[in-house]
Design a protein around this ligand. Structure first.
Ligand code: HEM
Length: 126
């Protein structure tokens, strides 16, 4: 039986996903509303962890070994509008990678499930 290509394969496997993550972070770091959040962060670690995260989210053969998304973003003051800008840069990057609207929609719906963890909105309020 023919094996279906994963999104990881569609983006070009390991090298393709690494390139995609770099291109995406170029956009994020050029955005004056988002760049200040990354001022004290190790960009090399970001690339490595984001590669793992996205490779796994694209159904690639990679296990994410970083902090939980909640832990990585807790207390940073990231608001919904920052999250929306971040996701828009991701959509622009994926379009430039010639993924179909359906493929982009699938990945964005996965990423959107992390909105509350990134913005630190409490799941339990008491
Ligand atoms: C769904 C959306 C997002 C995902 C999946 C995501 C994913 C990640 C991952 C995997 C890491 C690395 C964690 C580690 O070092 O172990 C990270 C770190 C980080 N993220 Fe995000 N992120 C998202 C949205 C955002 C947004 C919207 C901002 C700010 C505007 C942001 C700011 C940061 C910063 C500053 C760090 C570095 C933390 C440090 O220096 O240790 N992230 N993120």
């Amino acid at each position: 039986m023919q094996k279906l290509m994963t999104l990881f394969d569609r983006v070009g496997g390991e090298q393709g996903v690494r390139n995609l993550v770099r291109s995406f972070y170029d956009r994020v770091l050029q955005d004056p509303e988002l760049a200040p959040f990354f001022e004290n962060s190790s960009i090399d670690r970001m690339y490595a962890m984001q590669y793992e995260f996205f490779a796994a989210a694209l159904d690639g053969p990679v296990k994410y070994s970083g902090l939980s998304i909640h832990q990585a973003h807790f207390g940073r003051g990231i608001e919904k509008e920052h999250f929306a800008r971040f996701v828009n840069h991701l959509i622009d990057t994926l379009r430039a990678w010639q993924l179909s609207d359906q493929e982009i929609h699938l990945l964005i719906s996965r990423v959107n499930t992390y909105a509350d963890e990134v913005t630190g909105n409490p799941v339990v309020s008491d």
